[in-house]
Design a protein around this ligand. Structure first.
Ligand SMILES: *Cc1c(COP(=O)(O)O)cnc(C)c1O
Length: 467
């Protein structure tokens, strides 16, 4: 399997190179040259299989022979041994045709663990085989940092440096980043905002000698391997509800468009999916885009669902590539418009294609809390605010009654106790991992909002720069 860039000017690469590269050299994102497909019989054959076995079957064609099946299976088994539920991503019924797919049973209580636990092991294996070290530098406003640190702690060939804005993440999120004791974990509180953290990371990646010397690598959702790992739960959940004989729809709480793009990939692979519903909070660039065909970024508003508070959705570029008929020139021109004019417009044909497979619904803050309250009253089920945005979208979207809709639940409600208290008047019981972290010592380095100070800190601690 070869991978090609959405901008058409970077070399086609194999799986391990794409895994270690992240962003393509032409600024584009990598996609498989051709979507692998499963026949109806093959999909039917997944029924009754463990999550881990389905994961091997789904990821195998993407890995393209670069990782032997036994090694891939071992990585997957090891990755999901960190989960607290034996089916990894269980389904819960909340209405006659309404289901919730719980993706939050990993170590940091958010769906990022599902992919990150696999990504870290794949990267470590690839680097060890090449006799190389890598340095991960990332910025986080909350969930990604904890999931990345949890996944990369103690890995042989990788050091991780995570920047977060001092005083601006929740206590639970901060402790997830500051309590791991492994020597390869470096948590940095920047005296600034999340944007400052992101700008520092960008500056480090743009310093090419620095980037090459330290083998800088990224783990955000533009990394193809993360999306690949997320395709799996679309298959396990659809098959559990009767696919391929039965068609299903999904409602997905969307930020960077990674999770829902994995659903699109599942559909391209042959899974009978009717609708993919893009659920957004008031940061609704994607909902507006579906309504108007125009993609225009605006100011970001802070909401109860912070992991969806985005200005632009980087993975949307992958869907654009498909909507334009894989026309890299066209993607380049749209992306140039986005940079120079803050937006772009789809052609009628492209817009029509988009609406053929996707719906979009926006949920405001009051409706998010009301959804949490109503769902609890009707079923006893407590949804986190991100999940509630998608439950609300599933309730409003036009539906075929015979097609069940599966709402992806991306976080455990205990991660957002303040919003839950406002909605229902009590907080969810605290998972044991959160309680335990409360008593552990924290380790963090506070640095000024200054690229040189961070560069100096990273070079002095990273193993990759030595020798
Ligand atoms: C990251 C995240 C999302 C958004 O997922 P994307 O892949 O960026 O669309 C939604 N909910 C939670 C809790 C998240 O952490």
């Amino acid at each position: 399997m070869k991978y090609i860039s959405t901008r058409g000017a970077a070399p086609a690469l194999g799986f391990e190179d794409v895994l270690l590269t992240g962003l393509a050299r032409d600024g584009g994102l990598y996609l498989p040259e051709k979507w692998p497909e499963l026949t109806r019989e093959e999909i039917a054959g997944l029924a009754g299989k463990s999550y881990q076995d389905v994961a091997v079957r789904i990821m195998r064609p993407y890995v393209g022979g670069e990782i032997p099946d036994a090694d891939l299976a071992a990585i997957i088994t090891d990755a999901y041994a960190t989960f607290r539920h034996r089916v990894v991503t269980p389904l819960v019924q909340v209405g006659p045709s309404d289901w919730i797919l719980e993706l939050f049973h990993g170590p940091t209580l958010a769906f990022k663990d599902v992919a990150m636990q696999v990504l870290s092991r794949l990267m470590d294996r690839a680097l060890s085989r090449r006799g190389r070290n890598a340095t991960i530098v990332g910025a986080t406003s909350g969930d990604t940092g904890g999931a990345a640190i949890e996944a990369f702690r103690g890995r042989d060939a990788i050091d991780i440096f995570m920047l977060f804005p001092e005083g601006r993440v929740s206590d639970v999120q901060r402790r997830q980043m500051t309590t791991p004791t492994e020597a390869n974990v470096h948590t940095i509180a920047i005296q600034g905002t999340f944007d400052d953290c992101q700008n520092i990371v960008k500056a480090l990646f743009n310093d090419l000698p620095f980037r090459d010397r330290l083998g800088l690598a990224g783990v955000n959702s533009i990394n193809w391997a993360r999306l690949m790992a997320q395709i799996v739960y679309y298959f396990t959940s659809a098959v559990a509800l009767g696919a391929p004989s039965r068609t299903v729809s999904y409602s997905v709480p969307t930020g960077n468009f990674g999770d829902i793009l994995a659903g699109y990939a599942a559909k391209r692979m042959g899974l009978p999916i009717d609708r993919l519903v893009i659920a957004t909070n008031v940061n609704d660039i994607l909902t507006r885009m579906l309504e108007t065909g125009r993609y225009e970024s605006r100011e970001v508003a802070a909401t109860f669902s912070p992991s969806m508070d985005i200005q632009i959705s980087s993975n949307f570029e992958r869907l654009l590539f498909e909507l334009t008929g894989r026309h890299a020139e066209r993607v380049n021109s749209l992306m140039r418009d986005l940079t120079t004019r803050g937006g772009f417009a789809l052609t009628q044909g492209e817009h029509g294609q988009l609406k053929e497979g996707f719906d979009a619904e926006r949920t405001d803050e009051a409706a998010t809390l009301a959804t949490i309250r109503d769902l609890e009253a009707a079923t006893g089920y407590l949804a986190d605010p991100h999940t509630a945005v998608a439950v609300s979208a599933a309730q409003r979207v036009a539906r075929r009654p015979d097609v069940p809709i599966i709402t992806l639940s991306t976080a455990h409600p205990a991660k957002f106790p303040d919003a839950i208290r406002r909605a229902v008047g009590h907080v969810p019981p605290e998972p044991e991992t959160v309680t335990r972290q409360r008593t552990l010592p924290e380790r963090v380095t506070v640095l000024p909002n200054d690229v040189a100070a961070v560069a100096q800190f990273v070079s002095s601690r990273a193993r990759a720069g030595r020798g």
